[in-house]
Design a protein around this ligand. Structure first.
Ligand code: SF4
Length: 87
Protein backbone atom coordinates (compact mmCIF):
# COMPACT_ATOMS: atom_id res chain seq x y z
CA UNK A 1 0.00 0.00 0.00
CA UNK A 2 1.32 3.43 -0.99
CA UNK A 3 2.02 5.92 1.83
CA UNK A 4 -0.46 8.77 1.94
CA UNK A 5 0.94 12.31 1.95
CA UNK A 6 0.79 13.97 5.34
CA UNK A 7 -1.72 16.78 5.39
CA UNK A 8 -3.67 18.32 8.18
CA UNK A 9 -5.56 21.51 8.85
CA UNK A 10 -3.00 22.74 11.37
CA UNK A 11 0.04 21.84 9.26
CA UNK A 12 2.60 24.29 8.02
CA UNK A 13 3.96 23.86 4.49
CA UNK A 14 7.21 22.50 5.93
CA UNK A 15 5.27 19.67 7.55
CA UNK A 16 3.32 18.66 4.45
CA UNK A 17 5.18 16.11 2.36
CA UNK A 18 3.18 16.91 -0.77
CA UNK A 19 3.84 20.66 -0.53
CA UNK A 20 7.64 20.59 -0.40
CA UNK A 21 7.97 22.55 -3.65
CA UNK A 22 5.99 25.39 -2.12
CA UNK A 23 8.09 25.25 1.02
CA UNK A 24 11.28 25.39 -1.05
CA UNK A 25 9.87 28.57 -2.62
CA UNK A 26 9.24 29.98 0.85
CA UNK A 27 12.82 29.23 1.88
CA UNK A 28 14.22 30.90 -1.24
CA UNK A 29 11.95 33.90 -0.72
CA UNK A 30 13.02 34.28 2.91
CA UNK A 31 16.71 33.91 2.06
CA UNK A 32 16.44 36.57 -0.66
CA UNK A 33 14.91 39.20 1.63
CA UNK A 34 17.30 41.98 2.68
CA UNK A 35 18.27 41.45 6.35
CA UNK A 36 16.54 44.65 7.47
CA UNK A 37 13.24 43.37 6.03
CA UNK A 38 13.55 39.77 7.25
CA UNK A 39 12.42 38.51 10.65
CA UNK A 40 15.08 36.94 12.83
CA UNK A 41 15.04 33.16 13.13
CA UNK A 42 13.58 33.49 16.64
CA UNK A 43 10.82 35.89 15.58
CA UNK A 44 10.04 33.75 12.53
CA UNK A 45 9.57 30.65 14.70
CA UNK A 46 7.48 32.58 17.21
CA UNK A 47 5.18 33.70 14.41
CA UNK A 48 4.73 30.36 12.70
CA UNK A 49 4.16 28.62 16.05
CA UNK A 50 1.44 31.19 16.81
CA UNK A 51 -0.14 30.29 13.46
CA UNK A 52 -0.04 26.60 14.34
CA UNK A 53 -2.20 27.37 17.37
CA UNK A 54 -4.62 29.48 15.35
CA UNK A 55 -7.97 28.25 14.06
CA UNK A 56 -7.52 30.19 10.83
CA UNK A 57 -4.58 28.04 9.67
CA UNK A 58 -5.62 25.60 6.98
CA UNK A 59 -2.96 23.53 5.22
CA UNK A 60 -0.26 26.19 5.48
CA UNK A 61 -2.60 29.02 4.44
CA UNK A 62 -4.08 31.75 6.63
CA UNK A 63 -7.82 31.79 6.00
CA UNK A 64 -7.98 35.45 7.13
CA UNK A 65 -5.66 36.83 4.45
CA UNK A 66 -5.01 33.97 2.01
CA UNK A 67 -1.24 34.05 2.49
CA UNK A 68 1.06 31.13 3.16
CA UNK A 69 1.82 31.88 6.78
CA UNK A 70 5.48 30.92 6.48
CA UNK A 71 5.91 33.50 3.73
CA UNK A 72 3.99 36.21 5.58
CA UNK A 73 5.93 35.54 8.79
CA UNK A 74 9.23 36.07 6.97
CA UNK A 75 8.75 39.83 6.53
CA UNK A 76 9.14 42.30 9.37
CA UNK A 77 6.61 44.66 7.79
CA UNK A 78 3.88 41.99 7.57
CA UNK A 79 1.60 41.21 10.45
CA UNK A 80 -1.14 38.81 11.38
CA UNK A 81 -4.46 40.19 10.09
CA UNK A 82 -6.44 39.34 13.24
CA UNK A 83 -7.66 42.23 15.39
CA UNK A 84 -5.99 40.73 18.45
CA UNK A 85 -2.95 39.66 16.50
CA UNK A 86 -0.47 37.30 18.12
CA UNK A 87 2.23 38.88 15.88
S1 SF4 B 1 -1.52 35.01 10.33
FE1 SF4 B 1 -2.77 35.31 12.20
S2 SF4 B 1 -4.89 34.79 11.57
FE2 SF4 B 1 -3.49 33.94 10.05
S3 SF4 B 1 -3.10 31.82 10.70
FE3 SF4 B 1 -1.45 33.10 11.54
S4 SF4 B 1 -2.12 33.67 13.61
FE4 SF4 B 1 -3.93 32.96 12.46
Amino acid sequence: MEAQPKQCRRCLLREMTDENDYYESVKRYRAALPPKKRTSDEEYERRVMACKECGFLDGGTCMQCGCYVEMRAARLDMHCPRIHSPW
